[in-house]
Design a protein around this ligand. Sequence first.
Ligand SMILES: [Zn+2]
Length: 229
Amino acid sequence: MNYVTDVKTLFFPKYCSSCNRNLMHFESAICMHCLSHLPRLHVHDEKDNAVEKIFWGRVELNAATAFLQMPRNGIAHRLVHRLKYHNDQEVGERLGVLFGHELMSSERMKNIDVIVPVPLHPKKLHLRGYNQCDCIAKGIGETLGVEVSQNNLTRTHFSASQTRKGRISRWSNVKDIFWVREPERLEGKHIFIVDDVITTGSTIEACASALNKIKGVKLSVGALAIPSS
Ligand SMILES: [Zn+2]
């Protein structure tokens, strides 16, 4: 540790986003202890894994995976909560970096050309001030040395009347809320769609349907976490 880092940690202490312990100068966002207890899924190269099963018969994907499993009140749950509701963008990037390191050694994911974070609903983006999927995508992109395409896939506004409709009619609307501004920029590429948490999969399905219309694309999906009981 050098003097400058030493002084910085003294005056601007940083805390673990999971357990709130003081971070050492070499730790970033998550302490070593919590890091070693991350509930990693390790399913990137597993065909028909739990994430892929969500999309069976719904949309054509090359592969789908998730970094963590997220039981209620566990480490992953706390971290995702910090990322989404406490402006902890740093933990999103850190988790993205860790996810990226795993993807580097994945057979199915190693030739990703571009990363596309799921766009946030414009109203939510306005309220939150940032898109948590952008943070995760940034960490993955930096680690893999792959471009993150942030504004090409676009999400349109919901009208208030649409949110009051029933589940089925709402789904038919969800399908059409994503569109691609400049499809030619993504032609022929292996696109990695990044989401924070995949539950029903309908958002990803809608994104993938929009992206699958582009000539020659191959789509893979990666969630930071999937819920587990
Ligand atoms: Zn910790």
